[in-house]
Design a protein around this ligand. Sequence first.
Ligand code: ARG
Length: 469
Amino acid sequence: MEKTWGGRFIEVTDALVEELSASIQFDHKLYEWDILGSKAHARMLSTCGILTQEELNAILKGLDEIRDEIAAGKLGFTIHLEDIHTHIEHRLIQKIGEPGRKLHTARSRNDQVVTDVRLYLRSEIDNICGLLATFQRTLVELAERYADTLFPGYTHLQRAQPVMLGHHLLAYYEMLKRDRERFTQCRARVNVLPLGSAALAGTSYPINRVMVAQELGFASVSANSLDGVSDRDFILEFCADAAILMMHLSRFCEELILWSSSEFGFIELSDAFCTGSSIMPQKKNPDVAELIRGKTGRVYGNLTAVLTLMKSLPLSYNRDMQEDKEPLFDTIATLNIALRIFPPMLRDMQVKRERVTATLEQGFMTATEVADYLVRKGVPFRTAHGVVGELVRYCLKENKTLRSLTLDEYQQISPNFDEEVLTVVLPEAAVNSKNSIGGTAYEHVLAAIGQAKEDLAALESANEQGERR
Ligand code: ARG
């Protein structure tokens, strides 16, 4: 089969070289974007007097037909034609002849491929941001459901202080909010047109890059042709943002796994999101959470792969860069499944309230409240800390909880105690006293839910306006 670059070659390409250099197995994903970019390029070439109107019409019609052929699975792919760009150009020439041979005027595969990837990634980022929005809305719904559900808060995985479960869930809302911001900022740097950089130096044809940028919805054109063809920062940035997002999901998964163990027993995930064991009939395993936690590793790996790929490349384009695609595609596929499966898994999760409440009675989770209460009575904090330490020791010895101690017992340890201490040790009192900004008091959880709803609605209407523009 004729190579697009075959002119200077006499011998045929070694079969192993074709096997090594082909990327069509994965870059066929880019076909729609390649055709979109080619159509914009052709229109610009015709406006600039480089193609005639008839040539343009033939090219546009041919490209549309090829898009339909590929969509219908009718265009066979072969490694002899290397990549998606060559396949489409080859098919175009087959279909329309001479005008097809003019499409590649004033461009190179080097600026073409990175234009395609930018178009593709921009659309994938929009999709991911939509999935993140759904996830955020789910968290807000659940936070509302559990706004006043008392829950043990941990540090060092040791029971620390009670919080509202709604507050705990909203912590993940905040993480996802930052993730979404990061992707939105990344999108702005993706949205720059490299086409027109040609192979590396720019082109001597009288082209109009701004016209192509406008047609394809790019906010600007790249300023330096060498950088235009060799910059992959936007892929790295996306992969880094994805790695951070997966780290958040993985932490959440870890909690779900712990909470659904018999040892914790805080939640039960629904059957639809668990699997069983082939040998132990009693098992119900949180595989979804485990797999998302596991897939976080591959997303980190993809980031490392592209960083390593790029670290020693001289300017400008190097064929190594063809290796940027699989890690990117894999990252996008992983994010998609993780973000689609997580919200329904959460919505179906049952919280075992009695079990959760029982844990609040153990572990002296309101000990800090007692110390703070003594401080309010004029006892220096360090002294109060010591007194409560003694109380805890007493409870451990007598097998009692702070709540089950009588006022008498309190007063034996310090005369500063009065009746009020009996309500201070209640978890709901502890939680509702945490009314600093960002604290877990019920009224703050409600306010945070209100704020989150406002933020989500504002983002939604901004997106709608963006779409109409
Ligand atoms: N398939 C190639 C890639 O993904 C397209 C660019 C090829 N350029 C070249 N000079 N061989 O990078």
